[in-house]
Design a protein around this ligand. Structure first.
Ligand code: SAM
Length: 218
């Protein structure tokens, strides 16, 4: 199967598994996932699995990327903060569905590489930072959506404070064996928390996340 037909097969799989947002499915269908990974694993680009991207990190499973993006319910007008740039793939999906993406990565090498790939694909609505994303990025906030692509031990307070009223945050919380993907909505009466599903992510390392060394492995 060539890359184009395997990309179409992935869309069929995502629909079958319950992804219903046409906009999210179209963004995934438009995005060359193979460009965001090392050549050695490109033959698996359209398998519905996480893959290694170097520096001990991963590009997330397409189903999880789709589910997290769908949960933000983007209309095209939002400013979205992503924590964990990684390969840049999730940022590419978000950038097609909202006004502006601010993405933070703690590993400079990954951030640089993601920016090169995204620039070469023509994305011009993404701002990149190398920093501890558990603290968010208040200078560019508040955000209508926050998407965290690594698991935190508990909800980082700084991120909650940078969410607009009505804003939505998707974040995996928990430890090595029990991680739950949560949707947090900020309303007038505070934060509402809904569980989406069980997940397995790399750890969110930082001041309001895990200490380097004590964190759960993936
Ligand atoms: N969104 C990525 C993609 O599309 O490829 C997947 C990211 S990977 C599952 C999680 C990323 O979070 C890793 O690149 C890791 O270095 C990063 N990370 C972990 N803790 C972080 C922190 N405190 N601030 C920013 N990035 C962090």
């Amino acid at each position: 199967m060539n890359l184009e037909s395997s990309r179409q097969a992935l869309i069929t799989t995502l629909k079958r598994d319950g992804i219903s947002s046409q906009a999210v499915l179209e963004a995934i269908a438009e995005t060359p996932r193979e460009r965001f990974m090392p050549e050695t694993v490109r033959n698996k680009a359209y398998e519905n699995i996480a893959l290694p991207i170097g520096d001990g990190q991963t590009i997330s499973q397409p189903y999880i990327v789709a589910l997290m993006t769908q949960a933000l319910e983007l209309t095209g007008r939002e400013k979205v903060l992503e924590i964990g740039t990684g390969s840049g793939y999730q940022a590419a999906i978000l950038a097609q569905l909202c006004r502006e993406v601010v993405t933070i990565e703690r590993i400079a090498n990954l951030s640089r590489h993601a920016q090169v790939v995204l620039d070469s694909l023509g994305y011009d609505n993404i701002e990149y930072h190398v920093a501890d994303g558990t603290l968010g990025y208040p200078d560019a906030g508040p955000y209508d959506g926050i998407l965290v692509t690594a698991t935190a031990p508990k909800l980082p307070q700084a991120l909650c404070e940078q969410l607009t009223l009505g804003g939505r945050m998707v974040i995996p919380l928990g430890e090595e064996k029990v991680q739950e993907l949560k949707l947090i909505t900020r309303g007038t009466e505070g934060l509402r928390v809904k569980k989406l599903c069980n997940v397995r992510f790399v750890p969110l390392i930082g001041e309001q996340g895990w200490d380097d060394g004590e964190s759960p492995g993936e």
